[in-house]
Design a protein around this ligand. Structure first.
Ligand code: G4P
Length: 292
């Protein structure tokens, strides 16, 4: 499968990021807890150098808890402040406020030593498409937080959300682009819905997802869709796993049919991808830290 990210989009995203990052002291980077490495872009380390940094494992409710913990330890061992988040749950935000304060500590201390008092730390949320940036900003800001900004001469058109006395958040997140070092990254991003599905071959993508899920969570698909495991299909255990065969079985079991009772594997593919993305296959982590 070939993945694309148009150069024009990339240039625009980069330019926006370069402009906005100058305005902030703290970069809050959202990654998808199911694929914490593929959903990162190391360029952010270069762009965000000299800034306070925080990594949030978002959608942690869709990933396995033991791996969330392992990834938390991994990023911590690399020197980042890190926390697990479910942006759809308001109660998940309380610890985030705490870790933001921690990330700002040094900056506030530096300001204090230089005699700068009461200047809020400015933060910006960044991440690849669909990682949950808008959902996170809405949850974190809540209703209680008044929007500041658009005051002539003060913010020059940027909208800032005051989180508390010490922190302001830029209300538009920064979009990061994928780092296509290898095709696996593109594949992982496509699984979680960060690539436009129209540009992809849905059935091929679903077959790849079946391959990955079968390898890491054998039996999960069988149980969910009440089908045989792919290598058991046809009762021949010698046959190599055939994800496409399983897709057909899913189509059959879910009555995805075209006219003339032909199997609608495209519909089954959409159904499967949707089930994965929304956690209906259970909590599935697809990437694992090599060292902790
Ligand atoms: P973006 O700004 O980074 O592009 O992402 P956005 O907030 O639009 O979120 C993309 C999708 O991810 C949304 O689902 C959103 O609800 C979901 N999402 C965000 N954070 C979390 C999380 O921590 N856990 C889970 N389970 N889902 C999360 P959607 O289906 O596109 O929209 P909706 O139907 O949920 O509104």
């Amino acid at each position: 499968m070939h993945f694309q990210w148009y150069p024009g989009h990339m240039t625009k995203a980069k330019r926006m990021m370069q402009e906005n990052i100058k305005l902030v002291d703290l970069v809050i980077e959202l990654v998808d807890a199911r694929i914490p490495l593929s959903s990162r872009n190391p360029d952010i380390d270069e762009l965000g150098k000299n800034k306070a940094r925080l990594i949030l494992l978002n959608k942690s409710d869709l990933a396995q808890e033991q791996w969330n913990d392992a990834w938390e330890a991994y990023f911590r061992s690399k020197g980042y402040l890190v926390a697990k988040v479910n942006s759809k749950k308001n109660s998940s935000m309380k610890p985030v406020h705490g870790v933001i304060q921690e990330a700002c500590k040094e900056k506030l201390e530096r300001d204090r030593k230089r005699g700068i008092l009461n200047r809020p730390v400015r933060a910006m949320v960044v991440g690849i498409p669909n990682v949950g940036k808008s959902t996170f900003i809405n949850s974190l800001a809540g209703k209680a937080c008044a929007k500041t900004g658009n005051k002539p001469g003060v913010t020059k058109g940027k909208q800032w959300i005051r989180l508390n006395k010490q922190v302001e958040l830029l209300d538009t997140p920064g979009i990061l682009w994928p780092k296509f070092e290898d095709q696996t990254v593109g594949l992982m991003m496509a699984f979680i819905g960060s690539m436009k599905d129209e540009l992809l071959n849905t059935e091929e993508l679903a077959a790849e997802l079946i391959r990955v899920v079968e390898a890491n969570y054998p039996g999960t698909l069988k149980e969910k869709y009440r089908v045989e495991r792919s290598e058991e299909a046809g009762g021949n255990t010698e046959v190599k796993p055939k994800p496409y065969q399983m897709l057909e079985q899913i189509a059959r079991s879910r009555h995805c049919l075209l006219r003339g009772n032909e199997l609608d594997t495209e519909k089954a593919a959409i159904l499967l991808l949707d089930d994965f993305r929304n956690g209906r296959l259970g909590r599935l982590t697809l990437e694992y830290p090599k060292e902790v």
